[in-house]
Ligand binder design. Sequence first.
Ligand SMILES: [Zn+2]
Length: 223
Amino acid sequence: MQRLSQASKERKRKHDRLKEALEVLQSATCDELTDMCFASSNDIITVLSAKFGWKSLFVLGRLVTKLPSVVSNQLNERLVAATVGELGRSTSLQEVTLMKALLNKCQDFLDFSYEDSLVDISQIASFPFRRILFPPTTVCFECGWNLSPQNRPARVTVFENAETIPGIKFTLKCSNCKINFGYAMFGDTQRGYRFYNKPRPYVESSNVTYLDRRLCLQQIHLA
Ligand SMILES: [Zn+2]
C-alpha cells in the first residue's frame, strides 16, 4: 500500500514537472530561444511547436521558408500577416524571424512530404494507405443498427488528376436487415441500390476503379 502511494506521488511529481516544462517553453522569449543550443532538429521542432502551436509551425513555418530570398520585405510581411490572421494568433515579426532561422536548421522537417511518407509506408506494409474508401455511415439507414464489415477490404484503383493511385475499399453490411453499404451506393438485390444523398468524392466507374469527381466534372465541361 505504501509502495503504491509512493509510486502515485512520484507520478504526480513527474506530471508537475512536465507541466512546468511546458510553461517554461511557452513563456520563453525570442531572445532566450535565439541563444539556445539545440541538440537536434527534433528538439527545435518540439520547442517551436510548444511555443507557437503546431498549426503555426506547419503553415507559417512552411510559408516563410519556402519563399525565395528575392521576395521583397513588403510582400513577405503581407503574406505572413495574412497567414497569421488566418491562424488567429498574433505573431510578431521577431517571432517569425526566429522561427525562420530555427526552421532553416531543420532540413528534414522542411523536406518532409506527408504524401511521400504514406507511399513509403504503404509499400513496406503492402497496404495502400493513401486512398481508403469506405461508406459514409457506420449505422444502417433503415434500422439504426451498427454496420459490420461484409468481407475483406478490396484493392481498388483511384484516378486522380494525372495520377493512378492504389487504394483499398471497405464495404459494410447491416446484419439486421441485410442491406449492403458500399462506397458509392447502398441497398440489396431485392430492394435495389441507391446512391447516397451527398455525392461521394469519387465516382464509381467499376467495382474496383474510382474517378475523382472533380476530374469527371471537368471532362463533362470540356465535352
Ligand atoms: Zn438495418
